[in-house]
Design a binder for this molecule. Structure first.
Ligand code: C5P
Length: 232
């Protein structure tokens, strides 16, 4: 899979999701299903979107003991998603167990991506609440390196960290980057953002774009603008 734009379908119902996807007519964008939609509609929503022909990033960020994560990943793998994720904080053994659970009998599996540090966590909070004293970037790179050692395919990170992740983990290690905004668009609650063009230049492999597309007056046009800047 090459560079692509993933639309974050942060809707709370199947109805709203299908209304949105129907705007795209023949096109089948790569979509991200997060906790909100998955918990509202269950695994059926994944099956239905897959039947429509979309590729799916199932963003459920698993984090539990290795055995539980392994068994849960085996269940998610049967849904035939293309990409799923977990928290690198769950340790290398948890990530290895996840890969094992995810791998199907024929050896195929969805891509597995690790969340390093959520972009909502800042250095001050890490120090005060989590007792992590190292600089944020060092922690992110260390977690990315752990994910690489465990055999994962890449990490979710800020586009600002993508180049450094490639330096530490190699250019084939995928960087999936949210926090994307158009140069003339609203920031919303995202603080450290990049345009699709900047994300491309810095080497992101996938950009995850929500509100700049979903809240746009013309979502298809906004999606095409992302593709034009990031992929073409
Ligand atoms: O609407 P917006 O473009 O900000 O959506 C970004 C998407 O990426 C949301 O689904 C959000 O949960 C997700 N995300 C993020 N920052 C992270 C991890 C995931 O914005 N660090």
């Amino acid at each position: 899979m090459g560079k692509d734009v993933i639309i974050a379908c942060d809707f709370d119902s199947a109805e709203k999701t299908f209304d949105f996807l129907s705007l795209f007519k023949g096109r089948k964008p790569f979509v991200k299903i997060g906790m909100e939609l998955y918990y509202a509609e269950g695994p059926q929503i994944v099956k239905k979107i897959k039947e429509l022909g979309h590729r799916i990033f199932l963003d459920l960020k698993l984090h539990d003991i290795p055995n539980t994560v392994k068994k849960s990943m085996a269940v998610l793998s049967k849904l035939d998603v293309d990409m799923c994720n977990l928290h690198a904080a769950g340790t290398i053994s948890m990530m290895e167990a996840a890969l094992e659970g995810l791998t199907r009998e024929d050896g195929t599996r969805p891509l597995l991506i690790a969340v390093t540090q959520l972009t909502s966590t800042d250095e001050e909070r890490m120090k005060r609440e989590l007792l992590i004293d190292k600089p944020l970037t060092e922690v992110v790179m260390h977690y990315a390196h752990n994910a690489k050692i465990a055999g994962l395919d890449g990490v979710v990170c800020s586009p600002l960290e993508a180049a450094e992740v490639h330096k530490v983990c190699g250019s084939k290690f995928l960087t999936v980057t949210p926090g994307v905004r158009f140069a003339d668009g609203e920031l919303g609650d995202q603080k450290r953002v990049m345009t699709p063009k900047q994300a491309k230049n810095i080497g992101s492999d996938y950009i995850v774009v929500g509100r700049p597309i979903t809240a746009s007056q013309d979502p298809v046009k906004a999606y095409e603008r992302c593709v034009a800047e990031f992929v073409d």
